[in-house]
Design a protein around this ligand. Structure first.
Ligand code: SF4
Ligand code: SF4
Length: 336
């Protein structure tokens, strides 16, 4: 579970955006991609298929800070590529902590244990560890043996040193619900604060096109996985998003809720799709044709998407943006 201070920051931010500033669209989590290069090549990844000269580029700390200031979101997720490869990742994290942003540093953890000394435990910093299941499933998903053991070792060390740690699991159509539930037990036993879950986005560039879940199969799978959840399981996701994954609650995506910034600029419309780039956040918000996206649009690239970067902001907006959403969240929490 996220700390009260973070929940309060997010709730008050949403209230100010909606009820005081009257903004119809506002960012919640900046997806700050400082580089695309990675030390793995997972079968379901759509982020690393760039030519070498692009993979060699990265954002400077100042570019990261400028994007964060421009966007104004209270939370910053740092995916990649692998952010721990970035030679100035310490400066980037320190600068964001100084700005009181809640950071989720997403990592496959291969380098984490070695690089932990760079960082200081803080309520603002969470390591979000890519772990797609138990040993065999995870190593298969990331296409390298031994990765699970390395990640687990790093998680235990980070927890021992007082860092906030959560797991980040992407599920594909070969997932076995019983094994995923067993994985939840193992992850919680490692002392993580919570778990994040999402179906994989159907990246056209990903090498394994057969493994992706579609909307109906996603809902069936998550229903089986999350049925009668154990009290010991903690998720770093809003209860309404978990209901959405199971098909029990429906909302449209809010791509502007998790805007993405990388070496090309602000990516339209979301972290998953690349329909062009603009130089400023203002242009991104004002010039994107939002009606062309989402499940209710006729955009084929959106039809099967249930990914958390598109729908978790919708869940948060629903939770804190109205009494009915708040009550639905309370009910989802109590019946979980
Ligand atoms: S660890 Fe993440 S960024 Fe790296 S290849 Fe795998 S999915 Fe892509
Ligand atoms: S449905 Fe998914 S892919 Fe389409 S805009 Fe929303 S988040 Fe992006």
């Amino acid at each position: 579970m996220v700390p009260i201070s973070q929940a309060w920051t997010v709730a008050s931010y949403v209230a100010v955006q909606k009820f005081i500033k009257g903004r119809k669209r506002y960012p919640l989590v900046l997806m700050l991609e400082p580089l695309f290069r990675c030390n793995l090549a997972c079968a379901g990844c759509g982020k690393i298929q760039y030519p070498d000269h692009v993979l060699s580029k990265r954002l400077t700390p100042q570019q990261c800070f400028d994007a964060v200031e421009e966007c104004g979101a209270p939370m910053v997720s740092i995916p990649g590529g692998e952010p721990l490869i970035h030679p100035e990742i310490k400066e980037i994290v320190d600068g964001l902590v100084a700005r009181k942003k809640y950071i989720y540093l997403c990592t496959n953890a291969l380098l984490l244990k070695r690089k932990l000394d760079l960082f200081t435990p803080s309520k603002y910093l969470t390591f979000s560890i890519h772990l797609d299941g138990l040993k065999e499933n995870h190593d298969t998903a990331v296409c390298r043996d031994g990765t699970y053991d390395t990640a687990v070792e790093a998680i235990k060390e980070a927890v021992k040193r007082g860092f906030r740690v959560c797991t980040n699991t992407t599920l594909f159509n070969h997932a076995n619900p019983a094994e995923v539930r067993e994985f939840f037990d193992v992850a919680m036993d490692m002392g993580v604060e919570g778990m994040m879950l999402s179906p994989g986005y159907i990246y056209e560039k990903a090498p394994d096109q057969q493994g992706f879940l579609h909307r109906d199969t996603s809902k069936q799978l998550f229903k089986q996985i999350l049925d009668q959840p154990k009290k010991s399981w903690k998720f770093n996701l809003s209860p309404l998003f978990l209901k959405f994954l199971q098909g029990d609650f429906d909302f449209e995506c809010t791509p502007w809720g998790s805007p993405a910034y990388n070496i090309f600029g602000w990516q339209k419309p979301c972290y998953l799709l690349q329909d062009g780039y603009v130089k400023t956040f203002k242009e991104y918000m004002e010039d994107t044709d939002w009606d062309s996206y989402g499940n209710k649009s006729d955009n084929p690239k959106c039809q099967d998407c249930m990914v958390h970067c598109g729908f978790e902001p919708s869940a948060v907006d629903a939770t804190f943006g109205s009494w009915s959403g708040f009550l639905a969240t309370a009910k989802a929490t109590l019946t979980a």
